[in-house]
Design a protein. Structure first.
Length: 109
């Protein structure tokens, strides 16, 4: 199991995800997306798992610009503006979740 948690340091759901794996003794790698963002490969992998339109937070200030873009434009916007992403994004190989999804994470154990 190779767990990666992409989140924001002040996000409660990100903290819940980290606590979930920590309490079960499952090693994970945490990445602050506001500092490092996602690489093109990481973003592509997450999109393949959950879908492009599911990643954007409708409450984000930039969402009004995002929703009118083409898929290619949305991809580029998510790369350049990680504040648009719903967090946490939890990856396990080719599988991924967005938000707090302990029922899915349990199937990964």
């Amino acid at each position: 199991m190779n767990i990666q948690i992409f989140g924001k340091s002040k996000c409660f759901d990100t903290k819940k995800a980290e606590r979930y794996f920590k309490e079960r003794g499952i090693k994970y790698h945490s990445v602050n997306i506001l500092d490092k963002g996602l690489s093109k490969g990481e973003l592509t992998s997450v999109i393949n798992a959950v879908g492009l339109d599911n990643l954007a937070d409708e409450r984000a200030n930039e969402y009004h610009l995002f929703k009118h873009l083409t898929d290619e434009g949305k991809f580029e916007k998510l790369l350049e503006c990680p504040t648009l992403l719903i967090t946490p994004i939890v990856r396990n190989g080719k599988s991924a979740t967005i938000g707090n999804e302990p029922n899915i994470w349990k199937t990964w154990e």
